[in-house]
Design a protein around this ligand. Structure first.
Ligand SMILES: NC(=O)c1ccc[n+]([C@@H]2O[C@H](COP(=O)([O-])OP(=O)(O)OC[C@H]3O[C@@H](n4cnc5c(N)ncnc54)[C@H](O)[C@@H]3O)[C@@H](O)[C@H]2O)c1
Length: 382
């Protein structure tokens, strides 16, 4: 049996909407013939692309064999044949549209952060719960090959007792003057929902909570290293949002996580995100796709002596964790889980309340930076 799922995809002409959600997830699922269920049934996603620009939408639909597109969200929400509302608009626009979609009885799946502040994120989670609609938030980093390998190591007991985590995230985002910026300009304006903390702490919350233990406290220093940038139209603008955050998190069980996030750093590491985990029995460093390990028995014994040439090549003393499986696109994996949750009621723990936890950590990070102090992270319930 084929289960058609009608999906209203809003913000689908954007960077994430087009590449990750449409092409690499929904179109890829259609090209593979849908999502297979254990009983042999198939789920067939039938999207309608929604946005402001008819020409762009039509071109995108034609390019990917999608029959339906619309510039009228209200009309789409009124159609009972489309039961899911998906949102990858810019962050400030998300909450309003999700509220309308919940009021129209749609199930919700959306990008992170769900809103720019905790109050609104929690409101969305509560509205969805009260309306009894299924809901989910993108937590793509959990499904990256590098982090899946880390999870495999954790589950195998490789680390012994985990002591600390060091995460380095970032790269140089061009200012937009002599070379085009590789990220949208709204990312650098607070009033438009931009900022490193709002953007990335939403990710760090679910990565830390899911892999290592719940985040209990945060200390954060935020800054705007690059005060002026040039936008998509070639106009200079003031950067009103933070473009770097230097944070320490305390996790349950006393694990310490130090996380540097910056769009003003040049990369001298294996990947744009690296996660080092040190445990009593072994250590690992994961990137987006790869992961290398050093076990206790392979650990060298350096002695501090700057008067001699360094006798160690430290980076060569690690070994690769093999793939041992085919890794699909992280966004596609989560879409498939969500579709199975909708049709077959399979579990889907990454809901709007989990999304709100990300926004909570962003809010507390910003508060910690403003007040220059440690802040506890209270439990979140609705
Ligand atoms: N999961 C991740 O790893 C990840 C990575 C980057 C961005 N994001 C999130 O995805 C969202 C989109 O980011 P992006 O980088 O794709 O941004 P983008 O600027 O490329 O796309 C934004 C989308 O919103 C639409 N939009 C903007 N203003 C609008 C308006 N006034 N009316 C209607 N539609 C409007 C645009 O047309 C476009 O489709 C953000 O919330 C961001 O935080 C997530």
């Amino acid at each position: 049996m084929k289960h058609r799922v009608g999906i209203i995809m809003n913000g689908v002409t954007g960077r994430m909407g087009t590449n990750q959600h449409l092409i690499r997830s929904i179109v890829a699922i259609r090209e593979q013939g849908g999502v297979q269920l254990a009983n042999g049934d198939t789920i067939w996603p039938d999207p309608i692309l929604v946005g402001r620009n008819a020409e762009k939408l039509q071109a995108l639909a034609n390019a990917h064999n999608i029959e339906r597109w619309s510039t009228n969200l209200e009309e789409c929400l009124a159609n009972p044949d489309d039961e899911v509302y998906f949102d990858a608009q810019t962050t400030v626009r998300r909450a309003e549209s999700i509220k309308k979609a919940i009021a129209a009885g749609k199930h919700i799946y959306c990008e992170k952060p769900t809103a720019t502040g905790l109050e609104e994120s929690l409101e969305l989670a509560k509205l969805a719960k009260d309306a009894g609609v299924k809901n989910g938030v993108v937590q793509d980093k959990l499904f990256l090959p590098g982090l899946l390998k880390l999870k495999r190591l954790i589950d195998s007991g490789f680390f012994g007792k985990i002591l600390s985590i060091r995460m380095e995230f970032g790269y140089w985002v061009f200012e937009g003057d002599w070379q085009e910026a590789q990220r949208p300009s709204w990312n650098y304006r607070k009033e438009d929902g931009g900022g490193m903390i709002v953007d990335m702490f939403a990710h760090w919350r679910y990565v830390l909570d899911n892999l290592f233990g719940e985040v209990k406290a945060v200390s954060c220093l935020a800054t705007t290293h690059i005060p002026k940038r040039v936008d998509e139209q070639g106009n200079e603008y003031e950067c009103t949002a933070d473009d770097a955050a230097y944070a320490t998190f305390e996790l349950e069980g006393g694990i310490i996580a130090q996380v540097n996030s910056s769009w003003a750093v040049r990369v001298n590491r294996d990947d744009l995100l690296t996660v080092q985990v040190d445990g009593t029995e072994g250590s690992a460093v994961a990137g987006l796709r790869d992961c290398k390990v050093q076990h206790r028995v392979n650990t060298p014994k350096p002695v501090w002596n700057p008067d001699i040439e360094n006798p160690f090549n430290f980076t060569e003393q690690w070994s690769e964790v093999p793939n041992n499986q085919v890794f699909e696109n992280a966004f596609k994996i989560q879409w498939e889980y969500f579709l199975k949750h909708l049709v077959a009621d399979e579990p889907f723990p990454w809901d709007l309340l989990e999304g709100a936890k990300g926004t909570q950590l962003s809010d507390l990070g910003i508060q910690s930076a403003a007040e220059r102090r440690w802040i506890e992270v209270p439990d979140l319930t609705i």
